[in-house]
Write a protein that binds this ligand. Sequence first.
Ligand code: FAD
Ligand code: NAI
Length: 463
Amino acid sequence: MSDYDVIIIGSGPGGYVAAIRAAQNGLKTACVESRETLGGTCLNIGCIPSKALLHASELYEEVSGGHLKKFGITASASIDHAGLMASKDKSVKGLTDGIAFLFKKNKVDWLKGHASFESKNSIKVGDETHTAKNIVIATGSSVTPLPGAEIDNAKGVIVDSTGALSLAKVPGHLVVIGGGVIGLELGSVWRRLGAKVTVVEYLDQILPGMDGEIRKDSAKLLSKQGMEIRTGTKVTGVKTGKSGATLTLEPAAGGAAETLEADVVLVSIGRRPNTDGLALEKAGLALNPRGQIEVDHYLATNVPGIWAIGDVTPGPMLAHKAEDEGVAVADNIAGRTGYVNHDVIPSVVYTMPEIAGVGLTEEAAKEKGEIKVGRFPFLANSRAKTNQDTDGWVKIIADARTDRVLGVWILNRLAGTLIAEAALAMEMGASSEDIALTCHAHPTHAESLKEAAMAVTGKPIHI
Ligand code: FAD
Ligand code: NAI
């Protein structure tokens, strides 16, 4: 007889959600976690601490950058570095403790330690072996290293995102390698707090995978804020000295090399799945060429009884994708129907303004067929104008024949919140006309979605 109906390896947003839902479904459930606290990358060293610093640094810049003056308010601000870090740590602790509470409440056993397979239905954690009818792999991902740039978070010169969340002081010059989500978010934090920030990106534009127009316009806005963005540039070497580091840069297309001095270098060139030390071969599992565990529509691997979710599987490495897969896998294991619509997974970059999208980019939609596009600038939105915060726009991409919404892109202070409406509309199969005919409260930023939908047929009211 098995010890458990389900064992989940990893307690990130994928694993902890799967564990809670499995227990809710009446299954005897355990979750293995090798970290001291539950919640995985997201709660401990990812989404939550980064958003804590983004929020605090944004408040600081509102005051120190003189932004309040335009509202007739004068104030001054200074940074208490220890207080800033303590406030971030408090948010993390509150949420990770919360998962421990939810495990107790739902009677999920937390097996503390590193799990490795012994067979397809048993794992080893420390000296103990545990068996289960079903095993879910939710081991997440870690930083992709850059050869020649050895990360040492304790030293604090060449750091990854974890190091960049806990720098001992505001660096004079922070050089970010990789103009993706982590580089732009954490680059924004330290720039707002006073660092000079240079982002070195190999490709000719930042934020690969996002809509072309949003990539271009967000780069313009971030540059205007003082972030230096060097696209089409590769880092060919990083040497650390007594203090700081010297980077060697070359144009990606070839050309003369140059050097760049940095106090701190953040390596943020992507993340890779965590499968080391799992002994997957003992369970009969193999990895795909990208090192991921392949799953089918039900999140099942090719070995019956073994499932996989979250960052360790193909698809965007996002907490909400992992969470939805956690619910779906636990429902499938319980004999219900679990389903994730991978075509409608929003993504948000929490810079200022925020950058958000769901569905197809304009480029991808065009490749699939004829489209209609409606755009609306926040410059014409009454609430954004009143708040003197008019950067950005909404773009709605619809099928030219059926009017079904294929993608929505938003650049705005509230883009991360506004994109939820677009995701719901797309999940319900809405047309742009459905959005245009939905009453939106006035005065709100959300009215820009309605106006962009009206613009799909060429009849927006306010432009
Ligand atoms: P993880 O959260 O990585 O959790 C996996 C857990 O498994 C880890 O705790 C690990 O210790 C444990 N584990 C691994 N192997 C074993 C083993 N063999 N035995 C026992 N335990 C094991 N996403 C967003 O959607 N929004 C954001 O704002 C956001 N911000 C981010 C900011 C940063 C700086 C970073 C690094 C990431 C961010 N992400 C964000 C991405 C998000 O954190 C991941 O997509 C998400 O955590 C993936 O969840 P997961 O459950 O698949 O894995
Ligand atoms: P990323 O994939 O978003 O960006 C990496 C960038 O580095 C790319 O633009 C790439 O072209 C560039 N690059 C790669 N090699 C390079 C090199 N040698 N020199 C210069 N540039 C190079 O990866 P990132 O930022 O590390 O984030 C990892 C994951 O974490 C993302 O996939 C994202 O899904 C997740 N994340 C999500 C957040 C959110 O949802 N707000 C926040 C932070 C992370």
